[in-house]
Ligand binder design. Structure first.
Ligand code: ATP
Length: 131
């Protein structure tokens, strides 16, 4: 089965670099299923899991926004943050979720509300990745 190289990079580190069979992401315009030889494309990503299929196994990586660049045999995800499911600290994500919900309940300024909503999305993405 043919493969493509998937790299997931954050400002801090390279989180992932492996030959995989398929990548599925949530782009700004909807879900994208990417196989080798996909047409070239650059698009923003939502806060959502990146799903990877490799040798019949499925792996999920929590990605918090950024961009995806698709080339014929390589996909690069430049993410604001990204964690492998096994690296996620669930207690930390639960605490972040609680903080964000409290901020949303407090009905602060619009800017604070947007920030809290994004923090909530990141926390839920991390919590749901292992479910
Ligand atoms: P927190 O409020 O807990 O810091 P956050 O959503 O504000 O959460 P980010 O700014 O997205 O955190 O990420 C900061 C760094 O911490 C990144 O390197 C990210 O991968 C890591 N990180 C954030 N939350 C978790 C978590 N629950 N488990 C593991 N790593 C995490």
């Amino acid at each position: 089965m043919s493969t493509l190289l998937l790299e997931i990079v954050t400002p801090e580190r390279k989180v992932y670099a492996q030959e995989v069979n398929m990548v599925s992401v949530k782009g700004a315009d909807g879900e994208l299923g990417i196989l080798p030889n996909h047409i070239p494309l650059v698009t923003p990503l939502r806060i959502a899991p990146v799903i990877v299929k490799k040798n019949g196994e499925t792996e999920k990586i929590a990605v918090s926004g950024g961009f995806i660049e698709i080339r014929k045999d390589k996909v690069v995800i430049l993410a604001e943050s990204a964690e492998l499911a096994s690296d996620i600290d669930i207690a930390r994500a639960e605490a972040a979720k609680k903080r964000a919900e409290e901020r949303l309940a407090a009905k602060q300024s619009d800017i604070d509300t947007v920030r809290a909503e994004l923090a909530l999305q990141r926390a839920l993405n991390r919590i749901n990745i292992n479910k």
